[in-house]
Each structure stands twice: as structure tokens, then as C-alpha cells.
Design a binder for this molecule. Structure first.
Ligand code: ACO
Length: 328
């Protein structure tokens, strides 16, 4: 069977209006702008309004992506929302979004792979479209991490922000679109980065609330080491699968967690900074939204030309990683 070529045919992004700066955080916990900028590269992050949930951020990004693809919602055949902060355990955020958009012909589900979720979702949609099961898919990375962040814990509260990035994927001419994917997991490291309570292992109770177990727990140093390692290995592997070398990369779009992790990946690749998208300073780590926010922003700024080779790579809770090489 001849496989179809699949690629991105529309893009959109959204961040909530409210900006939380490092100066604001200085008033909330024992931290300072100098520490945050030198250790993470983050200067500010966007925070959802009290009435906004993940599906609301996803909706805004989705509407923009549909417009850019010149499509209407009822043409969509599949919706995948990558998120670790769904509106509710169920129904899925994808189903809530399907209803809001009026995408009545689309199948819809959420995908949980933390910060790697967007790349995992694109790989999933790629498989469905390559084989002809669906013609198109709306893929969204959306997270409202502010809802699971402990704003009394300086170790984590400076790191995260809210946002959503969306792409429409569909059939593209041969030689364009996705060339390769590399997905992976190391479940043994799951305890390094987790939200312990609220699931079937530890249902919500007074004790779990008291123990702050509904907030992100992270072992930052260990996650840092994992991130540097897999950013390197996943990049090499996804290039090998695509039959490309690092010299072929026109734009490198890494997960925006920490500028030092990005810089170490750039050094390993020996790529100049102008070939890398960095917006962690403005948005912080937005988990599943991070890679699409970076990709879509780069596209909107005209940094990606038709025919450019783009490499996406991310890592996150699970632990997981995901990378893709695509021709724009
Ligand atoms: N302000 C001031 N001091 C702080 C702050 C802060 N906001 N946070 C921590 N510190 C202190 C610590 O308490 C520690 O003090 P101590 O030595 O007296 O104990 C000191 O700074 C150094 O802490 P380190 O952990 O060594 O700092 P490090 O240089 O490793 O940076 C960081 C910490 C930024 C968290 C880093 O480890 C990191 O980025 N890790 C990876 C995080 C990541 O990528 N997470 C992905 C999450 S993705 C997802 O799935 C949601």
C-alpha cells in the first residue's frame, strides 16, 4: 500500500492575557529575577483567567488554526488534545472542544504524554492519515499548568505557564510533511515528575489536599539530566530515520523548559542560535503547548520558508520524549 505524505496545513496559537513576571513572583516566594533568568531563561509567563480551562485555551488556538488552513470545523475528521491538565478526567477535553467547535464529524480523544504530548499526537494523527483512515486531524497541545502549580513552592512555581498551540494536519505533496518520528518512554523515572493525587491510586481527600498532592512534584536536577540526555539521543535518532544530518536542519524547535537545556542541545548539534526557536523567556514551560507555541510563533514571524527542514524535540513527565523531522 502506498502511504500518503502527511504534513501541517494550518497553524494557530493562544496564550491568556494575564502576564506573571519574575518581579510579581518576587512578591510571592523567596526568589529573584536574577536567579530565575540565569537558571532558566524565563522572564514572564501567561496565566489563565479564573473562568478559563484548558478547552478554552485550546478552542482559541483551534479557531486560528482552522482559519489558517481555510477549513471549517465540520470538515474535521479527528481531534487530539495533548494535555496533562484536562478540564475534567472525563469527558475528555477533546470531546468538550469538539462540541465548542461544532466539529460534529470528528472523532476526539485526549493524549497524555506531558511535554512530549504534542509530538506523540502528531505521530498518532500521521499514522491515521497515512493509511487513509482519516483525511485530516486537528492536533492541539494545551495546558493550564497554573492550576496544578503550588505558588508557595519556589522550586516549581517560577517554571510554568499556560497556553495552547494547534496545527491541522492533512495530506501534502510527496517529499513534504513528516519524514520521521522518534517517540520513547522511561516509565521507571515516572516518580521524578508527577501529580500524585486525584487519580485511582490516591483519590482526592482531605489528606491529599493537606499534603499538597494535587500540585506538580518535580525532582529538577534529575529531570534536567534526563532532558539533556534524551534531547541529544532523540535528535540523532530522528535525523537518522529521516535520512538527514544536522547540517540539513533549517530550524530547530525544542521543548521550552529551560534555556540551559536548549543551549546544551544546540552545542551538541553545533547549530548557531539563529537556527533555534527560543521563547521560554515569554511563556515559560507550558508543557504540551510548548513545542506548538514555538513552532507556530516561528511560522507567524516568517522564520520558516516552504521547503525548510524543521526538527521538533521534546521531553517530559512519564518520563517521555518525542521528536520529528518535517519538511515545511
Ligand atoms: N529562586 C531562588 N532560589 C531557588 C529557586 C528560586 N525560584 N528555586 C530553587 N532555588 C534554590 C534551591 O532551593 C537550591 O538551594 P539550596 O542549594 O540551598 O538547596 C538552589 O536554588 C539550587 O537548586 P538546584 O536544584 O541545584 O538548581 P538548578 O540549577 O538545578 O535549577 C531547575 C533548578 C531550574 C529546576 C533545573 O533543575 C531544571 O530546569 N530542571 C529541569 C526542569 C524541567 O525541564 N522540567 C520539565 C517539566 S516538564 C513537564 O512534564 C511538566
Amino acid at each position: 500500500m502506498k502511504m500518503r505524505s502527511v504534513g501541517i496545513i494550518g497553524t494557530g496559537k493562544y496564550v491568556p492575557e494575564r502576564v506573571l513576571t519574575n518581579a510579581d513572583l518576587e512578591k510571592m516566594v523567596d526568589t529573584n529575577d536574577e536567579w530565575i533568568v540565569s537558571r532558566t531563561g524565563i522572564r514572564e509567563r501567561h496565566i489563565a483567567a479564573p473562568e478559563q480551562a484548558t478547552s478554552d485555551l485550546a478552542y482559541e488556538a483551534a479557531v486560528r488554526a482552522l482559519k489558517s488552513a481555510g477549513m471549517t470545523a465540520d470538515q474535521l475528521e479527528l481531534i487530539i488534545v495533548a494535555t496533562i491538565t484536562p478540564d475534567t478526567s472525563f469527558p475528555s477535553t477533546a470531546c468538550i472542544l469538539q462540541d465548542k467547535l461544532g466539529a460534529k464529524h470528528a472523532a476526539a480523544f485526549d493524549l497524555s504524554a506531558a511535554c512530549s504530548g504534542f509530538v506523540y499526537s502528531m505521530a498518532t494523527a500521521n499514522g491515521f492519515i497515512q493509511t487513509g483512515m482519516y483525511k485530516n486531524a486537528l492536533i492541539i497541545g494545551a495546558d493550564t499548568l497554573s492550576r496544578i502549580t503550588d505558588y508557595t513552592d519556589r522550586n516549581t512555581c517560577v517554571l510554568f505557564g499556560d497556553g495552547a498551540g494547534a496545527v491541522i494536519v492533512g495530506e501534502v505533496p510527496e517529499g513534504r510533511g513528516f519524514l520521521s518520528f522518534d517517540l520513547g518512554a522511561e516509565g521507571a523515572g515516572g516518580d521524578l515528575l508527577k501529580l500524585a493525587a486525584g487519580g485511582s491510586r490516591l483519590p482526592a481527600s482531605e489528606a491529599t489536599v493537606e499534603g499538597k498532592q494535587h500540585y506538580i512534584y518535580m525532582n529538577g536536577r534529575e529531570v534536567f539530566k534526563f532532558a539533556v540526555r534524551v534531547m541529544g539521543t532523540a535528535t540523532e535518532e530522528v535525523l537518522r530515520k529521516a535520512g538527514k544530518t544536522k547540517e540539513d536542519i533549517d530550524l530547530f524547535v525544542p521543548h521550552q523548559a529551560n534555556i540551559r537545556i536548549i543551549q546544551s542541545a544546540m552545542q551538541r548539534l553545533d547549530l548557531p542560535e539563529e537556527r533555534c526557536v527560543i521563547n521560554v523567556d515569554k511563556y515559560a514551560n507550558t508543557s504540551a503547548a510548548s513545542i506548538p507555541l514555538a513552532l507556530v510563533e516561528a511560522a507567524e514571524e516568517g522564520r520558516i520558508k516552504e521547503g525548510d527542514t524543521v526538527l521538533l524535540v521534546g521531553f517530559g513527565g512519564g518520563l517521555t520524549w518525542g521528536a520529528s523531522v518535517l519538511v515545511w
